[in-house]
Every structure is written in C-alpha cells, then in structure tokens.
Write a protein that binds this ligand. Structure first.
Ligand SMILES: [Zn+2]
Length: 322
C-alpha cells in the first residue's frame, strides 16, 4: 500500500487555485456520522437500494432486469434534466455476446449524457463513467451488486446533480456502461463509436466502480503510475477529502492487485487517455449474494461521494488549465 506524502499534498493544496471547499478532512474519516457536503446522501442510498433490489434481478447484460435498470437510470437522467448527446436520446445500444454464451448475441446499452463546459472554445472533455450491469441470478440466488456497482451509478447521478447546479469549465460526459462484468464491452464500444478526432478530445476518464465499501475508511485513486501528471491533482484532493484517499494499485509491483486493466478505465488506458479509477479494495461480499445495500455504511458512502465530487471539480480545473 502506497501512502501519499501528506506534507507534499498539503503544500500542493495550498498552491492550488481550486475552489475553497470546506470539508471535514481526513482526520475525521473514522467518525460514524457524516453530513454530506456536496450531494443528497439519502437519495444516493435510495438509488443503491433500488438498483440492488430483486426487481432488477442482478442487472445481468441481456436480461430483462438489466434493461429495467437501464430504463430506471434513464428516468433519473430525464428528471435531472441533463442533456443527451443526440436527438435520439441517451441510449447507445450495441450487439454483444451473451455473458455466458458466446454463440448468442444480445443487445447491451450504454447511457450517455453531458453538460457543456463554460469554456465553449475548449474542444476538451472529461468522461466520468460507472457500469450498471452485474452478475444477475445464479443458481437461483440474486447477486444484488450494491457496491459493485449500484454505488458508482448512484455516485455518478449525484455528480451530475452537482454539475447541473455548478456548471463546469470543461464539457463533462457522463457514461453509464453496460457489459463491464463480462469483458468491459460497454467502455470498449463507447470508444470505438467515436472518431479518432473525438477520442483525441477526451482529456481524462474518471471511472467509478465499487465506491461504497470503504470499510477501513480508505478509497483508492488508480492511474498516477501511468500518468504521473495526475499525481499532484490526486494528492491535492486527498489532502482535503473526507475519506483517506490513497494512490496505488496501478503498477507492476502490485502483482495481481494491479487494477490497471480491471474495470472500464482499461480501454481508455489502452487508447492512451489519462484516467483516474476510484474504487475500494475487495471485501468479503465482493461478487457474492451478500453485496447488499444493507451492508453499506451510509456515512462511509457519503464520504466517498463527496470525495468523488471533489475529484471531479479538481479534474475540471486541471483540464481547463492545460
Ligand atoms: Zn464492477
């Protein structure tokens, strides 16, 4: 585990022109109560409870429960009033192999929305992503995927709400990916559907996958090893985040705990696009029927979402100044 050097981080934070957010800071990261600063924590927990409920049947790609989840997220985008990228709406569907049967083709759907940056002359964009699919029902057992990744979806919806009220400098694209669990297909399709010129405009991907179960009060920011320019940005956020934010899990030294290629940020990395993946370490309920909403500590989850919004704000500044 690589701890950041706090003194350096504090120094960087002091030099930064980022908006002066008031946070409770890392020192209080273990307190059991927490007042969310930048989002609606009750709404986020409710979203996780809904997506992890039986009606969505574990959200497996190609299954009716997955489609219902997609329609539910789409309804949230409509009610947030965020713009779709095309007249046809938020859906970007694609054909893909069925999760357990390569001979069968199913339709998968990414949902994409965006908020135009205040700097209209800037061609750059940030993509913030979270996958909504999960493992479905196996041997009659529901895999609710509350942390993996209803939590990321809920956090992304809260991030949209934040930027609707606080417009970013840079255009931000919000992508809810399908088919992550079975091959990162949603993120791959998203990038393949863009022209080379459009891909070249993506300055950064922030990927959210498992952002609720920071049981030890620790969240990881992955990507600094591949893109060292991101290190000061990550450290400045770590210095003021209401959770302990470590850098790591992104270099060969981590062995099988190198997460560089393990979620939807991988196709961005492979395309040479800088990324920050935010996620927690594997826990006892990872990919188990016990990954339920009840096993999420709402105070920890709220700290993670505030940290995600701090990171998105700082990243907006970072991209705008480059
Ligand atoms: Zn996941």
């Amino acid at each position: 585990m690589k701890q950041i050097f706090l003194a350096t981080a504090l120094l960087l934070a002091a030099c930064s022109n980022a908006p002066a957010f008031e946070t409770q800071g890392p020192a209080s990261a273990t307190e059991s109560t927490y007042q969310a600063q930048y989002h609606n924590a009750a709404r986020a927990m409710e979203a996780v409870g809904t997506l992890a409920s039986e009606q969505f049947e574990g959200r497996k790609t190609g299954e009716p429960g997955n489609r219902k989840a997609m329609e539910w997220i789409e309804a949230q985008l409509v009610s947030l009033g965020v713009s779709p990228p095309r007249r046809e709406g938020y859906r970007m569907s694609f054909d893909t192999d069925a999760p357990d049967d390569a001979d069968r083709t199913v339709e998968a759907t990414n949902l994409v929305a965006f908020i135009r940056g205040k700097d209209e002359a800037s061609p750059k964009a940030i993509v913030i992503s979270a996958h909504y699919d999960h493992l479905g029902i196996q041997d009659g057992e529901l895999y609710p995927g509350a942390d993996d990744n209803a939590s990321g979806v809920a956090a992304l919806l809260e991030t949209i709400a934040w930027f609707q009220a606080h417009p970013p400098e840079t255009t931000i694209i919000f992508a809810f990916f399908d088919k992550e669990e079975y091959g990162l297909g949603g993120a791959e399709h998203f990038l393949e559907a863009l022209s080379e010129g459009e891909r070249g405009k993506i300055a950064l991907n922030i990927n959210l996958d498992m952002v609720a179960r920071a049981d030890k009060g620790e969240l990881y920011a992955v990507g600094g090893y591949h893109f060292p320019d991101l290190v000061p940005l990550i450290d400045a956020v770590a210095a003021k985040a209401p959770i302990t934010l470590f850098r790591g899990h992104d270099s060969p030294g981590w062995g099988d705990q190198d997460w560089s290629l393990l979620s939807d940020h991988a196709p961005f990395l492979q395309a040479g696009i800088p990324f920050i993946y935010l996620g927690v370490e594997d826990h006892a309920d990872y990919h188990k029927p016990s990954d339920t909403a009840e096993n999420i500590d709402p105070a920890i989850f709220a700290r993670c979402i505030d940290t995600i919004i701090l990171m998105a704000e700082a990243a907006d500044d970072w991209v705008a100044k480059r």
